[in-house]
Design a protein around this ligand. Structure first.
Ligand SMILES: [Cu+2]
Length: 315
């Protein structure tokens, strides 16, 4: 190689090296600027827990909004396949919020539209971050970490109301809760909040992924041992390959022990009688909360329930 050519190459090499050096430097500067001026925070892990302890956890046993003082709120939120609990967070404008976030199963994201909030929901860890909502309106929460087949449907929202609306809202919710409890529609509310993300509000499920409950659940109930099996399944989950109406499903039904006895009894009663299912039941008596309570605290697993299901003689 000629001496001259070598010089030229060395010159270009130096240019490229300084260009990439400058680029790295500018990235560091951008990060420093966003930390210092844009109010970017890094969420802190405040403590650890495990998903099975959440139902008795001080923060997560009753997830949602807690007023801490004038304009100050605490929100305990959980992510799970494939929704956020609570699905909707309602707060007054100006609310200074301490968020505590965890996951009940796998890694999820918690990204709040039009804000700089973008936090990972990590099973076993509780992330803490603060945000002040200065503008009224709706902020969508989306999961931005792929978490499974229905990941794209995993959304929630924060609704920021005027102070007057917020006060009215609280009064309305109290009244609603009362009518719901009186009219016996509690089961529908529990089902839609917890079960519909997979089995769908129509009970039709999702082809090849989540089994339908319409037209199917009564045959499980009517089977010998079916009534007990359903309680075990909502309390401890179920996993294994099953066939429903000729189609195969092989996924995970999560455990719902974190829901109260009343809620679980109501959800089962609803799913067994909604969508025309009631016409297919034989000898149906509604589940009572006591019946759910009596089956708690066992060391059953989702695999045990699969075995139990095999013994019911379905299909
Ligand atoms: Cu997710």
């Amino acid at each position: 190689m000629e001496h001259n050519q070598h010089e030229v190459i060395a010159k270009w090499e130096r240019r490229w090296l300084s260009a990439s050096g400058l680029m790295s430097l500018s990235f560091v500067i951008f990060i420093a600027i966003s930390l210092a001026l844009e109010g970017t925070h890094i969420a802190q892990t405040t403590s650890r827990t495990t998903p099975d302890k959440l139902s008795s956890h001080a923060l997560f046993a009753n997830p949602g909004v807690t007023a801490l003082g004038p304009g100050k709120f605490q929100v305990a939120a959980m992510a799970q396949m494939f929704n956020f609990i609570p699905a909707e967070i309602r707060l007054p404008v100006g609310a200074e919020v301490d968020f505590y976030l965890t996951s009940r199963d796998v890694l999820h994201g918690f990204q709040l539209e039009n804000t700089n909030v973008n936090v990972e929901a990590i099973p076993g860890e509780i992330s803490h971050f603060k945000y002040t909502f200065d503008k009224p309106g709706e902020y969508r929460i989306s999961c931005n970490e792929y978490c499974g087949i229905s990941h794209q449907n995993m959304v929630g929202k924060v609704v920021i109301l005027s102070s007057a609306e917020f006060a009215q809202d609280a009064a309305n919710r109290q009244a609603d809760a009362l009518t719901l409890a009186q009219s016996g529609n509690a089961g529908e509310a529990v089902f839609n909040a917890n079960c519909a993300s997979c089995h769908q509000a129509t009970g039709l499920g999702l082809a090849a992924v989540f089994p339908p409950l319409v037209g199917h659940l009564p045959s499980v109930y009517n089977a010998d041992g079916g009534r007990d099996y359903l309680v075990d399944t909502v309390l401890y989950g179920m996993q294994g390959q099953i066939k429903v109406d000729g189609a195969s499903y092989n996924s995970v039904m999560p455990a719902w022990a974190q829901l109260s006895d009343d809620d679980l009894a109501a959800a089962l009663n609803y799913a067994l009688t909604a969508w025309g299912n009631d016409a297919l039941l034989s000898n149906f008596t509604e589940y009572s909360p006591e019946e759910i309570a009596a089956k708690r605290g066992q060391s059953r697993t989702a695999a045990d329930n699969y075995e139990l299901r095999q013994s019911l003689g379905l299909e």
